[in-house]
Design a protein around this ligand. Structure first.
Ligand SMILES: [Zn+2]
Length: 416
């Protein structure tokens, strides 16, 4: 047994090339091989090229005839909150019946209701609920995930969430990057006055981040820097403390207005600035000059009936754009990144090729995973999708239809 698998006569979107983020028009270059072949071995890609150039004499165990179908890198979801307890279906129902935010909050809804439900679960129960979501996301084509904390807001639960995220990443064929987002919301117990709020931020600096760093539980630190969440000054302090501890920044920014988050992301050199519903030319230039990846979360716009971020302007202004689900219990419980890819086109006006780059290579770069995910090149992980079409634009054209024929992670089939 060589353990080698051969995939023949496929249209292969390799995205081969630089491991840097693709900016502007470069996002449209998918490095397609028509009538291509790919060999995988031991969970990695061993060879990719034209079928006619296939090396002779290779011992192959398993040959897959693609008959012109598309093969492309598996999805990388660079913004999720997928470890949480319970659900907020009732809140969705209330919203669709016309309830406003205050009414939902009064009925016990919002982020703080997920905090209560997450705090109530022990590690195994939290793992079980989260693993079920992750399994559905894998069936939808995602094999690498960023997972944030932020539904604990206290030391113990934040650590528990991050430990669960790490455990998910130990599963076969699952790659996880974790992000500490303790500055997600001000918890109930810190809402009394400004002193209580300041003490909460101090605790993040003095207790939570050092404990997270000591256990090496977070690859990134994130802050919800926006109206109703954390100010630019509070955010700067949290990210500076994280940087001291060796944890690089990413940021929830400019979802509700020009609140300074995007400019701060540029100032601190964040890996990614996410949401960006409100982003003017000056803010776009700041992100471009600082090399910050702009991450679009169009599923959230759809669920909350908000405008979509202007992805077209971002690409036209030369930014590197990624697209992610924002999978979370309130504003976007969507798990299907293939559907969100289509929303990035129909809502944010990306071209299909740009959106494909945004959910593969650029997302991988934003998670420091470009040396192992997001492209189909020898040495990278054998994480890829077989589509039931010879034209990848069907993912956008027939948004949400079942075009995933098979999902491969680390060279093995993901169970359907
Ligand atoms: Zn988010």
């Amino acid at each position: 047994m060589s353990g080698r698998r051969l995939f023949r006569h496929a249209r292969i979107l390799t995205l081969a090339g630089s491991a840097e983020a693709r900016r502007g028009p470069a996002m449209r270059e998918l490095a397609v091989i028509e009538d291509g072949a790919m060999v995988t071995e031991g969970g990695r890609i061993a060879w990719v090229g034209a079928d006619a150039d296939l090396p002779t004499g290779l011992v192959i165990d398993d040959v897959h005839e693609l008959e012109g179908r598309v093969i492309m890198p598996a999805f990388v979801d660079s913004h999720t909150h997928l470890v949480w307890g319970g659900d907020r279906r009732d809140e969705m129902q209330m919203r669709l019946e016309g309830a406003d935010y205050e009414a939902i909050f009064a009925a016990g809804g919002g982020i703080l209701s997920s905090v209560a439900r997450t705090r109530a679960l022990d590690e195994d129960a939290l793992f079980e609920q989260s693993a079920a979501r992750l399994a559905r996301m894998r069936r939808c084509g995602t094999t690498a995930f960023e997972i944030k904390s932020g539904y604990g807001l206290d030391l113990e639960t934040e650590l528990r969430q991050l430990r669960v995220a790490r455990r998910l990443g130990e599963m076969q064929g699952v790659r996880v990057r974790t992000t500490c987002l303790t500055a997600h919301a001000v918890p109930e117990e810190a809402r009394a006055d400004e002193t209580a709020r300041a003490a909460f931020v101090d605790r993040i600096l003095d207790e939570v981040l050092p404990a997270v760093a000591a256990e090496q539980l977070a690859d990134f630190c994130d802050v919800f820097c926006d109206r109703g969440a954390f100010t630019v000054e509070e955010t700067r302090r949290v990210l500076a403390r994280a940087a001291e501890l060796g944890i690089p920044p990413r940021l929830h920014a400019n979802e509700f207005g020009h609140t300074g988050g995007a400019k701060l992301a540029a100032e601190v050199g964040a890996r990614s600035a996410d949401h960006l519903l409100h982003l003017d030319a000056e803010e776009r230039a700041a992100l471009r000059e600082a090399g910050v990846i702009a991450t679009l979360l169009p599923g959230t716009s759809l669920v909350l009936a908000k405008p979509f971020a202007d992805g077209r302007a971002m690409v036209d202004d030369g930014l590197a754009v990624a697209v992610a689900t924002d999978c979370n219990p309130g504003s976007c419980p969507m798990e299907n990144l293939g559907l969100v890819l289509a929303l990035a086109c129909h809502g944010c006006r990306l071209l299909p090729a740009e959106a494909i780059c945004a959910v593969t290579h650029n997302a991988a770069v934003s998670l420091d995973l470009a040396d192992e995910r997001g492209r189909l090149e020898p040495g990278l992980a054998a994480d890829f999708l077989e589509l039931d079409t010879d034209d990848e634009r069907d993912l956008v054209y027939h948004a949400g239809s079942p075009f995933l024929r098979r999902v491969w992670a680390a060279g093995s089939l993901v169970p359907r």
